[in-house]
Design a protein around this ligand. Sequence first.
Ligand SMILES: CC(C)=CCC/C(C)=C/CC/C(C)=C/COP(=O)(O)OP(=O)(O)O
Length: 254
Amino acid sequence: MHTKGPVPSHIAFIMDGNRRYAKKKNLLEKDGYRAGFSVLINVLRYCYELGMKQITVYAFSIDNFKRRPEEVQSLMELMQEKIDELIAEESIVNRLGIRIYFRGNLKLLSEPVRSSVEMAMAKTAGNSKAVLSVCVAYTSTDEIARAVQESCEEKQDEIREQDASNTGNYALEQLIGVADIDRHMYMAGVPDPDVIIRTSGGTRLSNFLLWQSAHCLLYSPRALWPEISFWHLVLAIIYFQRNYFYVKEKKKQA
Ligand SMILES: CC(C)=CCC/C(C)=C/CC/C(C)=C/COP(=O)(O)OP(=O)(O)O
């Protein structure tokens, strides 16, 4: 597919509005999520066809564990079922050559879900045409805190040496900088997103990619996530293209 003008290299989605969709259509909550997953598959294909090769979705936040236990359970079961579909040999992921990463505090997941997630990452490791990052058990503040902790652990010996020499010139800022923290992020190695799309009209980031969104655009179509179509993506790209030079300049200055 050919588009005029640049397309985002990395597009990220806050898939909001699945429960509202279920309510609107008189469906069970879990069927709202099922509809959301089907749309995710379509969106993946559209993004790929439009030339966007880094796609990130916010599938489950650490805060989502506080929802009703039955809801958490049903979402986790759906996730497991859908991961199996995603990695089936003839799946769209394998046909298009998409590598899947699950990013987040994965030890918070139950054992069966964690095994599925790890299997999906291993089974798609040979795919190299595009990357789907699925943020689960994720919040940005958790990601940043862990990255800072790991950066400190990595430099432990040097920090101790400075402590021991006790010169009064304690230079932690020379030991740990932005690049060190970057390397320990769940999103390490992924270029920052150009656009975050939050469906259902909300303009909050809800603890998603806070570190990575310094120069990112936020686009908020009114449609609920399961209502997202190809044309919503086209409009998002037009919005990106209108702001492209601003984003490019900001990144250059950074
Ligand atoms: C395997 C895989 C990647 C599965 C992902 C499935 C999927 C669509 C997950 C979305 C999860 C979620 C908590 C969305 C927020 O909308 P909400 O349900 O809170 O909606 P609301 O704003 O209407 O309450």
